[in-house]
Design a protein around this ligand. Structure first.
Ligand code: PEP
Ligand code: MN
Length: 270
């Protein structure tokens, strides 16, 4: 792979990103929460539910990069303040998206992990700012991106002196229309060969279909993923974005139970 220096797997130790004591790259890390922060009640209730089910971090967008400019764009600063409350209530570190390089510095005051979304994977000025911030970064795969392009984006962050990069496979666009995206699980073992960075999988955006989230979660773990990023809502029918892929708290809890079982059995049989 051309021009990879810092992201490249040279046979040394694998990167473990420490987020307030949660070690991404050791065991299976589960990050869960709503697609978007919609209100204080919705976020706090969902945060408590996912924490009780065993999630280790809370996700939720305060800035939503939407296909239509008229769709819900997120609550911005108010959303970040709600996430801060959710962290105080549950102790869960916060993963939230940043979409504009000018926002990186102040979003860092609230976020524990800065998510760079699929649509911004190659926003090089954003990558550089996130690199300079030193904050752990969750870099999602662009929807039309090769592994080489994706790893070069990780390289942009690393080259600014930020070693805390986590990759997240979230599906790529193919000719298939039954699923929202085609979740490329072969990317997981491929990335393990190519890079030392931890690799997560997002089966929610990866499939866009409720019935496929559980099986693709287990398949991702079996493929060697370091964790899962998953969307849930206290009442999916009310969700302002991505309602068709939002799990109820009970559905999420059942997936978690099986995830931990699978993790234990894989460790025993390793
Ligand atoms: C998200 O995680 O809410 C999101 C917008 O994901 P993606 O960038 O993968 O579409
Ligand atoms: Mn979403």
């Amino acid at each position: 792979m051309k021009d990879l220096r810092l992201a490249k797997n040279s046979g040394g130790p694998r990167t473990v990103v420490d987020v307030r004591g949660v070690k991404v790259g050791q065991g299976v890390t589960v990050i869960a929460g709503p697609c978007g922060v919609e209100s204080e009640e919705q976020t706090l209730e969902t945060a408590v539910a996912v924490r009780e089910a065993g999630a280790q971090m809370l996700r939720g967008g305060a800035f939503k990069p939407r296909t239509s400019p008229y769709a819900f764009q997120g609550l911005g600063l108010k959303g970040l303040q709600i996430l801060e409350k959710a962290r105080a209530l549950t102790g869960l570190p916060i993963v939230t998206e940043v979409i504009d390089p000018r926002d990186v510095t102040w979003v860092c005051e609230y976020a524990d992990v800065l998510q760079i979304g699929a649509r911004n994977m190659q926003n090089f000025s954003l990558l550089r700012e996130v690199g300079k911030s030193g904050k752990p970064a969750l870099l999602k795969r662009g929807m039309h991106s090769t592994l080489e392009e994706w790893l070069n984006c990780a390289e942009y962050i690393l080259a600014e002196g930020n070693p805390n990069v986590i990759l997240c496979e979230r599906g790529i666009r193919t000719f298939e229309r039954y699923t929202r995206n085609t979740l490329d699980l072969s990317a997981v073992p491929a990335l393990k060969e190519l890079t030392h960075l931890p690799v997560l999988v997002d089966p929610s955006h990866g499939t866009g279909r409720l019935s496929l989230i559980a099986p693709m979660t287990y398949a991702a773990i079996a493929a060697g993923a370091d964790g899962i990023v998953i969307e849930g809502h206290r009442n999916p029918a009310e969700a302002l974005s991505d309602k068709d892929q939002a799990l109820t708290p009970a559905q999420f809890a059942e997936i978690m139970r099986r995830v931990r079982k699978l993790e234990r059995s894989m460790a025993e049989n390793a």
